[in-house]
Ligand binder design. Structure first.
Ligand code: NAD
Ligand code: UDP
Length: 309
């Protein structure tokens, strides 16, 4: 198959490109390298089945492909809040451009949506029918509302034009290939611990997240794209829930670091709790994560050890 991956030079995108190339697909990776980097795709550049296009999803593009995975969008709060207007444009216009292309060439199109569509959830764990608790005008809104609007577009193109869509809502995912300065919690804590710096817990650290290892998530992507007659949206994440303070303690223990936890101000609208209900993914895709937090952290720590030494 010929497959277009937008955001293919990023954290998740580079793992996805690798898996697609390994199974023999031809991959076009489209990325503007805002948070992605050439290094993530260097191993593929000599592969005749791989092509890199430096391009912005906000501007239209053409390709003859069977499948489109739309991953282009900064995912770390630090990066998506850097230029919030651009984040909205990336989500909304990127979705329109992918869907318009999918419609013209009759391709199946996948959207990397997010648990952020649930905002600061009052239903716990989050099921797909929960409509969320999102602040439309806060610092996270550019991402949350951009992704919500992208979902709207996916389902409107599906209903109005019969476009073959797949929408997954991704919960916090981590692993090798994250940037050391990505700003998200797992990479921050590991890099701080390895450098012997203070571990920056925002607020009391009692807020929760559920962390999925990247290999598990990519398995879910591939299953979702293969299955017939199921558009989603479907939650993909690891339901094991931890407080941020517990995460800090795990990282300190596994790295054997002498770093100390310090507390910094909790960012505005930071969700208090987050845990996916993955019953739908289990039922429809036969999918569930296999890698626990301890094993996944160890693999990520090993990656960062070679990365920052
Ligand atoms: P990432 O920041 O590593 O990757 C995003 C990629 O998109 C980067 O390569 C970046 O350069 C590219 N990009 C950004 N804006 C672009 C634009 N305008 N045009 C072209 N390329 C652009 O983040 P990630 O963790 O790999 O996330 C990938 C996707 O998955 C994102 O859409 C994100 O919202 C979604 N997601 C990720 C998580 C997670 O925990 N990793 C959770 C929920 C949703
Ligand atoms: N966080 C933290 N210290 C950091 C980075 C993040 O305590 O150095 C917290 C953050 O406030 C949030 C959680 O960790 O409660 C997850 O943050 P992240 O940016 O990884 O993703 P989010 O799920 O908030 O989008």
């Amino acid at each position: 198959m010929r497959i277009l991956v937008t955001g293919g030079a990023g954290f998740l995108g580079s793992h996805l490109c690798k898996r697609l190339l390994e199974r023999g697909d031809e991959v076009i990776c489209l990325d503007n390298l805002f948070t992605g980097r050439r290094r993530n795709i260097v191993p593929f550049l000599n592969n005749p089945n791989f092509e890199f296009l430096r391009h912005d999803v906000v501007d239209s593009f053409k390709a003859e492909v069977d499948h489109i995975y739309n991953l282009a969008c900064p995912a770390s709060p630090v990066h998506y809040q850097h230029n919030p207007i651009k984040t909205v444009k990336t989500s909304v216009m990127g979705a329109i451009n992918c869907l318009g292309l999918a419609k013209r060439i009759n391709a199946r199109v996948f959207q990397a949506s997010t648990s952020e569509v649930y905002g600061d959830p009052v239903v716990h764990p989050q099921t797909e029918d929960y409509r969320g608790n999102v602040n439309p005008i806060g610092p996270r809104s550019c991402y949350d509302e951009g992704k919500r609007c992208a979902e709207t577009l996916f389902f409107d193109y599906h209903r109005q034009n019969g476009v073959d869509v797949r929408v997954v809502r991704i919960f916090n995912t981590y692993g090798p290939q994250m940037l050391a300065d990505d700003g998200r919690v797992v990479s921050n804590f590991i890099v701080q611990a390895l450098r012997g710096e203070d571990i920056t817990v925002y607020g009391e650290g009692s807020q929760t997240r559920s962390f999925c290892f990247v290999d598990d998530l990519i398995n879910g992507f591939l299953k979702m794209m293969e299955i017939e007659g199921f558009t989603g949206p479907v939650n993909l994440g690891n339901p094991a829930e931890f407080t941020i303070l517990e995460l800090a303690e795990h990282v300190i223990r596994l790295t054997g670091s002498s770093s100390k936890v310090i507390h910094e101000v909790l960012p505005q609208d930071d969700p208090l709790q987050r845990q996916p209900d993955i019953s739908l993914a289990r039922e429809k895709l036969g999918w569930e994560p296999q890698v626990g937090l301890e094993e996944g952290l160890q693999r990520t720590i090993n990656y960062f050890k070679s990365e920052i030494s």
